[in-house]
Design a protein around this ligand. Sequence first.
Ligand code: ADP
Ligand code: MG
Length: 609
Amino acid sequence: MTAMQAAHRALSEVFGYDSFRPGQESIVSAILSGRDVMAVMPTGAGKSLCYQIPALVLGGVTIVVSPLISLMRDQVASLIQSGVRAAYLNSSLTPRQFSLALENAREGVYRIIYVAPERLLTPGFLSFAREAEIAQVVVDEAHCVSQWGQDFRPGYLEIEPFLRELPVRPRVSAFTATATEAVRRDIMRLLKLAHPYEITTGFDRPNLYFEVRRGGDKDMALLRFLAEHRDQSGIIYCGTRKGVETVAGMLAGRGMDVVAYHAGMGEAERGHAQEDFVSDRAPLIVATNAFGMGIDKSNVSFVVHYNMPKDLESYYQEAGRAGRDGEDAVCCLLYHPSDVHLNTFLIEHSMDASPLDEDTQKIVIERAKERLRQMTYYATSSGCLRARILSYFGETLEGGRCGNCSACQMETQERDVTREAGMIVAGVMALGGRYGKAAVAKVLAGSRDARIREKQLDKLSAFGSLRSEGEENIRAMIDELIIDEVLEITDGQYPLLRPGPRAREVLRGDEPVRMSLHVREPAQKRVKMKPVADKGLLSRLVALRRRIAEEQHVPPFIIFTNATLSDMAVKRPRTRAQMLRVAGVGENKMERYGDAFLRVVGEYLDEQA
Ligand code: ADP
Ligand code: MG
């Protein structure tokens, strides 16, 4: 059997999957052939398997450097469930546990050892490492080595000196979801990767539905969203600690099972909140961005952003925590212009205690503001949301529309808008070029917004002149008119709208103007093409999983992921052979749980017959 054949076999027998996901196979193959690897793959793409499979195929031990205790714990628990001998070495162990684990490691008990970077150069670990047969060293969340990244961790700088201490340099692979060129170069330089196999897989996550809800009361919007996604587990991100407490309080006041999480809470309290969420005891968590890195909970069905984050990097990383199991999931952003002001304020004060010189500070702030502008554009423009995200990360979406975001969901129709375009230009002129796109749209739509009334804009004759179109369509028309140079947008912190070179033509109405505009509200849910799982059966499988997880004191998704249970409820296996065909059921899990789940499926089918 060749090494790649062995890899395929491990994929199906140990992990229970029948095919590799994009990028996985070539990475496994590179590692098996002895090469270093630099891999950039989005969250949820399946980075772990890329090194876990080689760990099983290669002899010796695999060392995985990982930044977070919770991450190591979940990974090790998952591996053990799949029958792989694994352990972690970090500060959560007592000195006695630590030396016991090292002793086991010396005796070759483990195939995979997760270790915190700060442990690498300690005498105990080093003496083990010098004698062990280390097949590969893996650096997970490798962007932590770079000072450019937001998660810089000084301990990561000890990895390269550690490698030099080893008698033979093992193959080294680095994995991250952070895409920027600067960070990637930093990783390769600081870890001294040797002609690594470099791969950046597509950033698209087809199972994520992107949605922006604008305007109106955010609490109402959130409650409406949660009503549409009852019984699902999700994360609600807020921009501030205070926001977390208010929103969590509001939801708890309505009887929802919700926990709060932010860096101002005590460590124990935060730990409990996280446990409750990961174990599905509390399906909802309201959190600041302090929550998330290292959370591998795969059955997160939605991520709502109550506030707009500061840039698309943050947004995509946080939103990407939904749907890691490959199931359909929703990423919803609730946008209000005040989000821009809060972020601008934070950016302007981000350098207050900085040791950088003034010029550098200015550049850093300017870049942050540009990223914020891009984020705001995502939240406010009317084009395909996925296309925007992908183009931001340097990819193009074929066809320009994904059909799976709130913008694409709105059906469009081309029509003559010569008259409407003229009224928009007239409105912009009446407002004297002193307002931005949102305000102009509000005025023309006749919005009841308090700020419009405050400024007495509701007294203008243009007020409400395009009421029948709605704000959304008016904004879309403005976007098109900007592209056509009928309107112009100024640079600066608050971009203002003013007439462009072609404004006169449109006012005179010489040339017909045609545009594709939305004809109805976004549909709540798109049509699913996948075979549907039997809901009655699924709920029993979930109950069984929960029971087993509680007995074993592990999070439920470590027993089987949601994707696995859904597939089981579609395939409804009667025999062990059929059970092994369910995605995510490998031989070890078959041995452990196969019969219990077969029994539940059997009972259910008998009842239905
Ligand atoms: P990442 O580290 O890239 O964010 P993970 O390694 O945690 O992602 O994997 C995310 C999920 O995808 C896990 O539940 C994992 O079991 C699943 N997965 C990985 N590879 C495959 C595959 N080839 N087929 C099906 N599911 C997979
Ligand atoms: Mg990972």
